[in-house]
Design a protein around this ligand. Structure first.
Ligand code: HEM
Length: 183
C-alpha cells in the first residue's frame, strides 16, 4: 500500500497515543524501517499487522481503529489532491466522484497502487450507495473516510452513514444519506 497511508498511520498513532507507542508497535510487528516514503509502495501485510497490533494495544476492535484512522486521514488526503476537488462539491458529490477522479489519479501515479473500487450509485440528491470492492477488506476504513469527508464539509451532524453489510468483506455496501431539515 501507498507510503502516504503508512506515514499517516504513524502520525495518527503518535498524536493519539505517543511516539513510544509507535516505536513499540513497529518493533512488535518486526518493522525495522520506521519511515515511509510517499513515492514507495509497501506490502499490505505490514499495514494489516500494524492495524491489528495497534488495535490490540489500544484495546479496541480493529474495525474501530480503522474507522477512527479513516476519519483522521481525510484532511491530508483532501489537501494532497486538492486540485481535483471541485469548489461546489459537498459530501455526497465528493463521494460520487472519488472513483473517477481521486482514485483514478492514484492508480495513474504508480502501477502498484490499487485503491479500492468504489461503485457509487446516486439514488437521489440526498442519498447514495457505495459498493466498496477490495481484496484488502478494509471496509471499516472506508466508513471512517466517509465520516471524515462529512466532517470536512461540515456536514457531520446531517449525514447518516449505514453499512448495509459486514464491514470486513471484499464487498461492502454503505448507504449515505443527507438528513432533511425535518429529521
Ligand atoms: C480525496 C479523496 C481520496 C484520496 C486522495 C484517496 C487516496 C487513496 C490512496 C492514495 C489510497 C492507497 C491506495 C494503495 O495503496 O493502493 C487509498 C486507499 C483507500 N481508499 Fe481512498 N482516497 C480518497 C477517498 C476515498 C473515499 C471517499 C473512500 C471511501 C468511500 C476511500 C476508501 C479507501 C480505502 C478503504 C482504502 C484502503 C485500501 C483498500 O481498501 O483497498 N478513499 N485511497
Amino acid at each position: 500500500m501507498h507510503g502516504t497511508i503508512f506515514t499517516l498511520l504513524k502520525r495518527y498513532v503518535q498524536t493519539q497515543y505517543d511516539h513510544s507507542t509507535w516505536v513499540r508497535l513497529t518493533e512488535s510487528v518486526g518493522l525495522s524501517a520506521a519511515d515511509f516514503d510517499h513515492k514507495s509502495v509497501y506490502p499490505d501485510e505490514q499495514m494489516y499487522a500494524l492495524v491489528g497490533k495497534a488495535s490490540e494495544m489500544a484495546g479496541i476492535p480493529a474495525s474501530e481503529l480503522q474507522e477512527k484512522f479513516g476519519e483522521y486521514l481525510v484532511p491530508d488526503l483532501m489537501y494532497m489532491y486538492q486540485k481535483l476537488l471541485q469548489p461546489e462539491w459537498t459530501t455526497l458529490d465528493m463521494l460520487e466522484h472519488t472513483e473517477n477522479t481521486m482514485h483514478r489519479k492514484v492508480r495513474q501515479e504508480h502501477a502498484e497502487n490499487t485503491p479500492p473500487v468504489l461503485e457509487v450509485t446516486r439514488l437521489s440528491e440526498d442519498e447514495l450507495e457505495i459498493k466498496y470492492v477490495s481484496e484488502r477488506r478494509m471496509g471499516a476504513l472506508a466508513v471512517g473516510i466517509v465520516r471524515g469527508v462529512a466532517a470536512y464539509y461540515d456536514e457531520a451532524d446531517r449525514i447518516a452513514i449505514d453499512p448495509e453489510t459486514s464491514e470486513d468483506g471484499q464487498r461492502v455496501y454503505i448507504r449515505v444519506r443527507r438528513l432533511t431539515a425535518a429529521e
